[in-house]
Write a protein that binds this ligand. Sequence first.
Ligand SMILES: Nc1ncnc2c1ncn2[C@@H]1O[C@H](COP(=O)(O)OP(=O)(O)OP(=O)(O)O)[C@@H](O)[C@H]1O
Ligand SMILES: [Mg+2]
Length: 232
Amino acid sequence: MADAMIQIDAVSHRYTGKQGRIDALNAVSLSFRPGELALVTGPSGSGKTTLLLAVGGMRRPTEGTVRVGGDDLYALTAAERARFRAAHIGFVFQTLELIPYLSAFENVLLAATPRGAGQTETRQRAEQRLVDLGLADRLHHKPRQLSQGERQRVAIARAMLNGPKVILADEPSGNLDPDNAHAAFAALRAFADAGGTVLVATHSTLHHDQADRVVTLRGGVVADTVHESIHV
Ligand SMILES: Nc1ncnc2c1ncn2[C@@H]1O[C@H](COP(=O)(O)OP(=O)(O)OP(=O)(O)O)[C@@H](O)[C@H]1O
Ligand SMILES: [Mg+2]
């Protein structure tokens, strides 16, 4: 598909180690378009995180290709891939990885280049991302002074700082109460509505109605794809 934002072709991933071999992904082919928010569900161990890491340029598949915005990620050199990732892909992990000694604002700015972090335009953008996520009066709080849901939104603001094409979120609403989970999800939905592509790996069925599509993995194979009716 020419207009795919993410194009995954026949991707397999095998982990090999002392415990033997695990086929985490088996010939997965999927494509996602701009403006699409897709949930990736499936039981624990079904390959969701492995798939997100492959799409994020962080885990080279044993076989197959991953294209993001037309670029074949694993045909790039490691340095090119790192640059591509910084410019075009935002990540939100369940552990959030906020720096405890920095404020919400400074944590968002971490996603900027060293030069960008000093620029007024970048700083205004960092602030705006936090304001958009309802954190206008939490800019200078440290992570420990924030609720889990607020930390979550800081991590989402950071993922959005550079105006990426794609956001990959692994269990972003884990440990959140429904209101906070909803706020986090609304931000991802808005990002997709503005033309980005979002993949959310989750066990939760809470947000199925806000997704354009639900992809279910089982044993590293795409078991089912449900296209939701148009979200509101
Ligand atoms: N670094 C690794 N080395 C070896 N095996 C791994 C590694 N990471 C994952 N696996 C195995 O690969 C399979 C897929 O793991 P993955 O983390 O992608 O699953 P998941 O769907 O994200 O699960 P969960 O819902 O628990 O997060 C599992 O059987 C897991 O044990
Ligand atoms: Mg996982």
